[in-house]
Design a protein around this ligand. Structure first.
Ligand code: CAA
Length: 281
C-alpha cells in the first residue's frame, strides 16, 4: 500500500514527477541539494497546476495539491516513512549509485526504489544497494504532467513483486505504463528517439541541412509536435549528450554528436539555461 512518495531531484523531470504524484493524491517529499533549487521547482509546479486548474483539468484546487508537496534539502531522515522513491537526478551513474546507497540507509526494507534514468542500466544503479530486488526503472517523459507514457523497466535482479507494484502505482498516477523486460541501454523509447536525434545532429554537423531546416521537416513532414532540436532544447542539451554517450558507451550504434558535447561544455543547455539551439526569454 503506497501512501508516501519521495522524488529525489527537483530539476526538469523531478519537479514535474512530484507534481503528477501530488495530483494523484499522494503525499510527496521533493528533495534536492539546496532550498533555492526547491523553491524554483515549487514555483514551476505552482505555474503548471494553475494552468491545469484554469482549464478544469484538476479534481481539487491547485492549492490543496501543492500542500501535499514537502521539500527537504538532501536525503534526510524525514524520508524514512516513504513507501516509494523516484530518483530523478542528473544522468550520472556515480551520483545515482551514491543516492541509492544513501537511501538504503534511511528507508524501510519494503520501500521500492525506482530510477527515472533515460539510459543507464537499472542493474548498474541497483548494484549500489544490498536488496537489489526492490530496484526498478520508472522512466517518465517531459513534461511529465502532460506526457502519458511511462516505461517501467525490469533490472536483472528486480523481483516480480517490485515490477508489478511499480506498474500498478504508475497506473494510479493516471499514466499509461509499458513494461520493458530487458535492461537494454535506452530501453524502448530512447532506442528509437536517440537514433532520430543523433541522425539529425549528423545532418547538421556534415552541413547537409541546418537545424532549422531539420526542425521544419520534423514539424511539417513527419508530423511531430516539436522540431528535433526544439525537443533537444526542451529536454536539455546536456541530458541528450549524457543519454547518447551512455548508450553509445554500452554498445548502442549511433552517430556520436559533437555539437551536443560542445554546447554542454559552454552551458548552452536549452530552455533551462535560456540558450540552446534557440534562445528563450
Ligand atoms: N503544465 C501545464 N500546462 C502546460 C505544461 C505544463 N508543464 N507545458 C505546456 N503546457 C500548456 C501550455 O501552457 C499551453 O497552454 P495554453 O494553450 O493554455 O497556452 C498548452 O499546454 C500547449 O503548449 P504549447 O502551446 O507551449 O505547445 P504545444 O501545443 O506544442 O504543447 C508539448 C507542448 C505538450 C510539450 C508538445 O510540444 C509536445 O508534446 N512535445 C513533445 C514532447 C516530447 O516528446 N517529450 C518527450 C521527450 S523525451 C524525454 O522526455 C525523456 C528522455 O529520456 C530524454
Amino acid at each position: 500500500m503506497i501512501k508516501n512518495v519521495a522524488v529525489i531531484g527537483a530539476g526538469t523531470m523531478g519537479h514535474g514527477i512530484a507534481e503528477v504524484v501530488a495530483i494523484a493524491g499522494y503525499s510527496v517529499y521533493l528533495s534536492d541539494v539546496s532550498q533555492e533549487i526547491l523553491n524554483n521547482a515549487l514555483e514551476k509546479i505552482r505555474w503548471s497546476l494553475g494552468k491545469l486548474y484554469e482549464k478544469g483539468q484538476l479534481k481539487e484546487s491547485d492549492k490543496t495539491i501543492i500542500d501535499r508537496i514537502r521539500t527537504t534539502v538532501g536525503i534526510t531522515n524525514e524520508l524514512k516513512e516513504v513507501d516509494f522513491v523516484i530518483e530523478a537526478v542528473p544522468e550520472k551513474l556515480d551520483l545515482k549509485r551514491q543516492i541509492f546507497s544513501r537511501l538504503e540507509e534511511i528507508v524501510a526494507d519494503t520501500t521500492i526504489l525506482s530510477t527515472n534514468t533515460s539510459s543507464l542500466p537499472i542493474t548498474e544503479i541497483a548494484s549500489a544497494v544490498r536488496r537489489q530486488e526492490r530496484v526498478v526503472g520508472t522512466h517518465f517523459f517531459n513534461p511529465p504532467v502532460i506526457m502519458q507514457l511511462v516505461e517501467v523497466i525490469r533490472g536483472n535482479r528486480t523481483s516480480d513483486n517490485t515490477l508489478n507494484t511499480a506498474y500498478e502505482f504508475i497506473k494510479t498516477l493516471n499514466k499509461k505504463p509499458i513494461l520493458v523486460h530487458k535492461d537494454v541501454p535506452g530501453f524502448v523509447v530512447n532506442r528509437v528517439l536517440l537514433r532520430i536525434i543523433t541522425n539529425a545532429c549528423m545532418l547538421v554537423e556534415k552541413n547537409i541541412a541546418d537545424y532549422r531546416t531539420v526542425d521544419a521537416v520534423a514539424r511539417y513532414k513527419l508530423g511531430l509536435p516539436m522540431g528535433i532540436f526544439e525537443l533537444v532544447d526542451y529536454t536539455g542539451v546536456d541530458v541528450n549528450y549524457y543519454v547518447s554517450s551512455a548508450m553509445i558507451e554500452r554498445g548502442f550504434k549511433a552517430y556520436q554528436c559533437k555539437i551536443l558535447e560542445e554546447m554542454t561544455k559552454r552551458g548552452e543547455l536549452g530552455v533551462k539555461s535560456g540558450k540552446g539551439f534557440y534562445t528563450y526569454p
